[in-house]
Design a protein. Sequence first.
Length: 164
Amino acid sequence: MKLVLIRHAQAEERALLGREYDRRLTPDGRRRMRVAAQGIRVLIPEITFLAASPLVRAQQTADIVAEQYRGLDVTPVDALAPGQPPRAVLAWLKQQPMDATVAAVGHEPDLGIFASHLLARRTQSFLPFKKGAACLIEFVGEPATGQGLLVWMLTPSILRRIGR
């Protein structure tokens, strides 16, 4: 299995809204993510399954990624919402086909914690994700704690360079 973890793009400031759930991408965040998504498409030509946190900014980011994959459906996954433990995300991931390329759009610090859990059984993140950043983790066999192999981790600016 291949797992692409993507942090949502730049969103509205928390102070502007009453609810964290409703924060939307900024126009600049959308523009930058469109180019970064092109870079992801260059690196990962096909995605089997695209999931996102149910929060608006993650759904909007996933929609931008989906455009690069001919309108791939985006599935909201509660396990990708902020504050969910790595075991919840891993349980969801294990339900996906072993030969799939799965992309998951989420939040920090949760993505960094989950990636660190998959790569090194760590409970604290050693891989911080900037807004719009992505990484590719591969597994031989079923996804499991400490069994992932980091293939690449790229900042949004590098993804945009690749996407141009």
